[in-house]
Design a binder for this molecule. Sequence first.
Ligand SMILES: Nc1ncnc2c1ncn2[C@@H]1O[C@H](COP(=O)(O)OP(=O)(O)OP(=O)(O)O)[C@@H](O)[C@H]1O
Length: 334
Amino acid sequence: MFHIQRGVAPRADLAIDLGTANTLVVGRGAGIIFNEPTLCCFRAGGQAPELVAAGRQAQDLSGRVAKPLRIVRPLKNGVLSDMTAASALIRYAVRRHRSGWRLGRPRALIGVPADATQAERSALEAAARDAGLAEPRLVAEPFVSAVGAGLPVDAPRGTMIVDCGAGTTEVAVISLGGICVSRSVRGGSDGLDQAIVDHLHLKHRFDIGPATAERLKRELSSLLETGEADRMVPVCGLDMAEGLPSTISVPAAELMRIWNRYIESIVSAVRDALSRTPPGLAEDIHEDGITLTGGAAMTGLLARRIAEETGLPTHVAETPLDSVAAGLARMIDG
Ligand SMILES: Nc1ncnc2c1ncn2[C@@H]1O[C@H](COP(=O)(O)OP(=O)(O)OP(=O)(O)O)[C@@H](O)[C@H]1O
């Protein structure tokens, strides 16, 4: 069982939800003080790469830079893939609010996937220290998002949370302040973007950029949710045969297969977690249902399909994108 370390949280000055797609920083007593994409833009050359932009400014440059500039995603599948970029982003995210803390390095609470390996945890702690934070403490993200969603995590009652992020989907059964069962699917909603890019490239010989893939994914998710799969979706990009910018129309139904694969992997993780849940806690989940958090839960499609496949009531948290940050805020505010 993953138990939260009591007494650690109230001592933190700030808390960080370093997500694959979005990074949020919460200040003690100040709420969310930073909420921007997890992206950096570096200029190569010299001894070390120079940070040119981070967060929203880096996103504005994404898909539009050429050498010596390079867009870097510090995380992949929920865990650090580039220490230098992660540490630069953390430093950037907390810099404006440094004056709010008393002298010294701020102490931080940081969310981490429940199944992160020791090496992945150590890398995150090292990046945080390198960014000027003291005593970084890690907490399991599904637990924190359950706190943020207002679930009764301390009660002697089984609660199931599915945190649907960009890089990882985490399923957890929580009771008495700890995680009893957890399952992870490495590869979250961002995998859909890449699958859409690959599909258009292979089937239509048509290339699109990351911003178009993200927009297309959201548009498709709402069409599929409202049962409008027969609609044609205009896609703007580069026609590879002609070598010219162009617009094509693709039936939403054609991309349904991509969604199905993603949803099936989540449903199978939920089923697996349920099958390993002690019967008493499973009965509680049968009564209370499943709660979804994370940005990918924004589409009702996911909740509907999980409810259909498990027969359990499935709810989306009130502000799914901010659940981890809301949980971190509650923990550091004591
Ligand atoms: N309306 C929507 N429909 C579908 N997907 C959405 C919608 N809104 C946001 N998303 C997706 O949610 C993801 C971002 O969610 P979130 O911020 O919870 O992830 P993260 O915390 O950065 O990732 P992780 O926890 O996996 O490291 C992105 O992949 C984004 O495309």
